[in-house]
Unconditional design. Structure first.
Length: 567
């Protein structure tokens, strides 16, 4: 029988094929070209960066800066692979103070476009230039240009038609704008200018980081809150919108570590943890958070496009940023919230509720919702009208009609009371210690976080491989209530839907909800008055602990308009 010779299946790729594939890892679209070129400009200490694009950057990208420029020798090798001024040995990447370091950006762009670079290192006006196509040098010479560098990228992906066919000018313009805005937020000390098809569309003068944020989000400038925190190893600063302003996407949240734009999941987790009791689930604030740590704690060599970095002190950063935000949004003295932020019916903008006198007493809350002491001089005048649909308290104040979701408001009241006492969580011992069974993974999680569970009132010890023995629980629990909560906390901890630092807060939310008036129940008039007074005078946050708003208003003018009456 004749033996059939096996055909070779593994072949070495031709160098030109390999280079195009590799270039595609770094340069995905016009916005990634602009990202890399801006990084180079900033590393060259540019103070003004001008970008012009045509056909969504597919036809042409022209970037000009006033940076240090390149001399003739540097220019002639700048487009070649693995040429960089940033590092000399691998260990240097752990001390990086620059955006670029691989020496791949210009070479990747050069392999998939027609490229011209003009650069000058002084004020003589004499610049060197090179022209490259498909990675090959076609021409070089001298022409006039002030100090800095201009890079023109034409016919992007002309030699990779499949990639080019996937690009849409309209979509690319949107991504380019976003990329430039991110860079502008990252480097507010730099001026950025953008022209699209020769029309100016963006002009951002150099500013401080707070002013830059309001330039990027001008309609939110009055809603931003600044924060900052510093330690010997970590510095964080930023601006973030107040809780009454939120979006159904996290795309308006920007994070920067050592002036590098990043999107690490754990930082989104920090924001979610802090805002979970202030805004509804699935909603996000807008803002920019700037972190500065030692470069030795970062590994930037994770992704060819530098979109990802590895952070070696992730847990430490989580806690640091969490407490920086918590100091602002959950201060020990309750943040006074302007009643003009009460959500209104969409048809009107006239409603405005003004406080009559500032009240400076510390918030005092009663777990059972008992009557507040009568106050003669500091109270806000209102008229309680009753309950509607066994769900909403209704009150008249000035020329406004208020609706208060009594379950959500009572829940917030109880939550704030529980939280104010949570630093000294009282416990109660169980007459008969309870044995509970869990999976091995859950047991590991519980063991790791035993100190946190002890802090919130649960004391236990391991019993075999799959069991624990609970000896004491928080004092506010009734006999039957604690076990389900304890099990749920462990399950959520294991599924990572709650961070360990938030276990106490999650527990308080559960207890606050359990003891609150429920929709359908009857709220006695004295309890209704107590709740309305606390909402109007004490003014704890106007959302339930899960972020759902509990108060709405309708103006007299709007109501009259519905009857075609003049107010």
């Amino acid at each position: 029988m004749k033996r059939i010779k096996a055909m070779n299946k593994i072949k070495k790729l031709p160098i030109e094929v390999y280079e195009k594939i590799k270039a595609g890892e770094v340069i995905e679209d016009p916005s990634s070209v602009i990202r890399e070129l801006i990084d180079n400009s900033i590393d060259a200490k540019a103070k003004n960066i001008h970008v012009e694009i045509e056909e969504g950057g597919i036809g042409k990208i022209l970037l000009s800066d006033d940076g240090e420029g390149m001399g003739k020798e540097d220019l002639e090798i700048s487009y070649q692979q693995h040429t960089t001024s940033k590092i000399e040995k691998f260990e240097d990447i752990f001390a990086l103070q620059t955006n670029g370091f691989r020496g791949e950006a210009l070479s990747s762009i050069a392999r998939v476009s027609q490229l011209k670079i003009v650069s000058c290192t002084d004020e003589s006006g004499g610049a060197n230039y090179i022209v490259i196509e498909g990675g090959k040098l076609l021409k070089s010479g001298i022409e006039a240009r002030p100090k800095g560098t201009s890079i023109e990228v034409s016919s992007l992906f002309y030699n990779v038609p499949v990639r080019r066919n996937f690009l849409s000018p309209v979509k690319e313009i949107k991504k380019i704008k976003e990329e430039i805005l991110v860079k502008a937020l990252c480097h507010p000390e730099v001026s950025f200018y953008l022209k699209i098809n020769k029309n100016p569309v963006l002009s951002l003068a150099a500013a401080d980081w707070e002013d830059r944020m309001t330039e990027v989000f001008p309609d939110q400038k009055d809603n931003f809150i600044s924060f900052a925190r510093k330690s010997p190893d970590i510095t964080v600063k930023g601006v973030i919108t107040e809780p009454h302003v939120s979006w159904n996407t996290s795309s308006h949240l920007y994070f920067f570590i050592n002036n590098r734009a990043v999107r690490p999941r754990f930082l989104y987790g920090v924001v979610n943890s802090v805002f979970s009791s202030l805004i509804p689930k699935g909603r996000y604030p807008a803002g920019a958070i700037y972190l500065y740590i030692s470069p030795s704690h970062i590994d930037p060599n994770v992704h060819p496009s530098k979109k990802e970095i590895k952070i070696l002190i992730e847990d430490q950063l989580f806690r640091f940023v969490y407490h920086a935000l918590k100091e602002v949004f959950h201060p020990s003295e309750k943040k006074q919230e302007d009643l003009s932020q009460i959500k209104k019916f969409p048809e009107t903008s006239e409603t405005k509720i003004e406080k009559k006198q500032e009240k400076e007493e510390e918030l005092t809350l009663d777990f059972q919702g008992a009557d507040l002491p009568e106050e003669q001089s500091n109270s806000i005048d209102y008229k309680y009208l009753g309950t509607v649909f066994q769900t909403y308290l209704m009150a008249e104040i000035d020329d406004n009609l208020l609706f208060i979701d009594f379950h959500a408001a009572h829940e917030r009241k109880r939550y704030e009371a529980l939280k104010s006492r949570a630093d000294k969580m009282e416990t109660q011992g169980l007459l008969s210690p309870r044995i509970l069974n869990f999976s091995r993974l859950e047991i590991e999680k519980v063991s790791e976080q035993r100190d946190i569970f002890k802090e919130i009132g649960f004391s236990f010890y391991l019993f075999g491989e799959n069991s624990i023995v609970v000896e004491s629980v928080p004092a506010f629990y009734q006999v039957k209530d604690w076990e389900n909560d304890f099990k749920d906390l462990i399950h959520t901890l294991n599924s990572k839907s709650v961070e360990p630092e938030n276990l106490k807060d999650e527990l308080l939310k559960r207890e606050a909800c359990r003891g609150s008036y429920m929709s359908g129940e009857t709220v006695p008039p004295n309890e209704a008055h107590a709740l309305i007074k606390e909402v109007l005078e004490e003014r704890f946050p106007l959302t339930c602990p899960h972020g759902r708003p509990f108060i709405y208003s309708m103006s007299k003018k709007q109501l009259a308009g519905n009857f075609l009456r003049k107010s």
